[in-house]
Design a protein. Structure first.
Length: 114
């Protein structure tokens, strides 16, 4: 059974840096494409970016390419999303996803506020 467990969210200030983690089990991590999505209140869930089995990461949000970094630790089977610097509009629930499947984590809340 595939499980995705996000962590690392919280209340942070504008300009801060944050790294979210997604612990993956039940699949061979290095053969998978994994993605980060986010959903703000009242908004649809949107793709932030993904990393493929070869380790190449793509940030899908055009206005976030210079602030978001996706990486992974294949040995530990952990997916990461680094956000630096954070902006109030980054406040959302962030989800890990086995890309283009219905397998999701439970999400981790990020709130950016002064």
């Amino acid at each position: 059974q595939v499980q995705l467990v996000e962590s690392g969210g919280g209340l942070v200030h504008p300009g801060d840096s944050l790294r979210l983690s997604c612990a993956v089990s039940g699949l061979v991590f290095r053969f998978s494409t994994l993605a980060w999505y986010r959903q703000a209140p009242g908004e649809e869930r949107e793709l932030v970016g993904f990393i493929n089995s070869g380790g190449a990461a793509t940030i899908s949000k055009r206005d976030a390419k210079d602030r978001f970094t996706i990486s992974s630790d294949n040995a530990q089977q952990i997916l990461y999303l680094q956000i630096n610097p954070l902006k109030p509009e980054d406040s959302a629930v962030y989800y890990c996803n086995l890309y283009k499947t219905t397998i999701w984590g439970q999400g981790t809340q990020v709130t950016v506020s002064s």
